[in-house]
Design a binder for this molecule. Structure first.
Ligand SMILES: *[C@@H]1O[C@H](CO)[C@@H](O)[C@H](O)[C@H]1NC(C)=O
Ligand SMILES: *[C@@H]1O[C@H](CO)[C@@H](O)[C@H](O)[C@H]1NC(C)=O
Ligand SMILES: *[C@@H]1O[C@H](CO)[C@@H](O)[C@H](O)[C@H]1NC(C)=O
Ligand SMILES: *[C@@H]1O[C@H](CO)[C@@H](O)[C@H](O)[C@H]1NC(C)=O
Length: 376
């Protein structure tokens, strides 16, 4: 019995080595042919062409020493020509082993969804300064806009390939998914913060970093609004995939961890339903992510946003603050006076960012930083 096994294994290994010998001969022959082709090309087309031809033709001959590096290094250039379909697919690739076999320092991805300029950029620069190893920045402006930041800026060359995004339309969710997908390509990004050009940070970086990194929940505003602007926007054609009891509403400005970011970019189930059945007066950017995430990962949501906004003035849009609003009293109000749960415990630290701030607020905001009202 035992000898037969040995014999057959020997036979197998002999067969294998004969086969690999043949393969090797073919391989060498191919290499020679390719080399000849490249020498031919060198003679006939000159140096410039040969660089690409040689590198591709010689590749099979060179033994690959590529290490883990190629899988964990972020793209050196944010400009790529992937279609959204290609990008989302690429971004949805997830390792199945939980522990990283290298020193991974988790980062926060600050994702700016803008029309064009970032008038409050100097404030963000102040906030981020000195923490370069703990964050990344991504900007999705109108496609026609070309940002001009100096090479010393944290915003320098952080623009991603963009498309037009309209409020209340699926193109807005597309832009948000595009930002998430680009940021997911950097494996060190752990938290993904969606911001606009009118957003500001409220606390110093280290506090924001620890608040997020230690959080059990992702911050997506998601509530069940029984009124006409909530359940009233539900289309029964979405059932049974989306039951009205799971229909949620919330602000688009989210803060999600890597797991939920992947949930959002990989979705091909809910997307077509929302695209077809949630059109104005159903504003899809207020419902798609909150509803989808409630169904798929409800227990991972804090169901509140940590981006403060003032609806107290009434109307369809929240208040925009101008120069004269920026006072110590204003920030006393924003910093305090709130109650929430943080990791299931009562907390008064409930918001980390705020909107909406007009460009004219930049100077007084920097004054607030200098006088330590904003303690960056
Ligand atoms: C991107 O560029 C590569 C080569 O530069 C090309 O082969 C590929 O078709 C392009 N993809 C798209 C989607 O344009
Ligand atoms: C929605 O869920 C409830 C139970 O939570 C169920 O009774 C109802 O039939 C469901 N509706 C649809 C349209 O599936
Ligand atoms: C958020 O809401 C979902 C249901 O919609 C619930 O399962 C979850 O526990 C809530 N999160 C917190 C932190 O209470
Ligand atoms: C938490 O706050 C709620 C009210 O918001 C209060 O009823 C409860 O007693 C508080 N719990 C603790 C442990 O302080």
């Amino acid at each position: 019995m035992q000898s037969r096994v040995v014999a057959s294994e020997e036979g197998k290994s002999k067969g294998l080595s004969l086969g690999s010998l043949r393969l090797f001969v073919v391989f060498v022959a191919l290499c020679v042919v390719f080399s000849l082709i490249s020498i031919y090309t060198l003679k006939h087309f000159g140096i410039e062409n040969v660089v690409t031809t040689m590198s591709s033709s010689f590749q099979p001959c060179v033994e690959e020493h590529a290490g883990l590096e190629q899988w964990i290094k972020p793209p050196s250039n944010l400009i790529h020509n992937m279609t959204d379909e290609e990008l989302l697919w690429r971004a949805s690739l997830v390792p199945k082993i939980k522990n990283y076999p290298f020193q991974r320092v988790p980062k926060i991805a600050f994702m700016f969804l803008t029309k064009g300029p970032l008038p409050l950029a100097p404030l963000w620069e102040r906030f981020l300064k000195g923490h370069e190893s703990l964050f990344t920045v991504y900007i999705h402006p109108l496609p026609s806009y070309q940002a001009q930041f100096p090479s010393s800026s944290v915003f320098y060359k952080r623009q991603i390939p963009s498309q037009i995004a309209e409020w209340g339309r699926m193109s807005m969710c597309d832009a948000e998914r595009r930002l998430l997908a680009n940021a997911l390509l950097d494996i060190s990004n752990e938290w993904f913060i969606l911001l606009s050009e009118s957003c500001i940070p409220l606390y110093k970086f280290s506090l924001v970093y620890h608040y997020l990194m230690k959080s059990k929940y992702s911050y997506v505003g998601a509530f069940d609004d029984p009124g006409p602007y909530g359940r009233g926007r539900y289309n029964p054609n979405m059932a049974p995939l989306v039951n009205i009891t799971k229909w949620r509403k919330g602000s688009q400005w989210f803060e999600v961890n890597r797991k939920l970011a992947v949930n959002i970019v990989e979705d091909t189930t809910f997307y077509p339903k929302f695209e077809q059945y949630c059109r104005p007066a159903c504003y899809v950017d207020e419902h798609y992510f909150p509803t989808m995430l409630t169904i798929q990962a409800g227990s991972a949501l804090a169901n509140r946003s940590i981006t403060w906004v003032d609806w107290s003035r009434g109307g369809a849009h929240p208040a925009t603050f101008g120069r004269s609003d920026i006072t110590k009293e204003f920030f006393d109000r924003v910093h305090g006076g709130q109650k929430c749960k943080y990791n299931d415990r009562n907390s008064t630290l409930c918001v980390l960012f705020a909107r909406k701030f007009a460009p004219s607020t930049l100077e007084p905001l920097l004054d607030m930083v200098n006088s330590k009202v904003l303690d960056f």
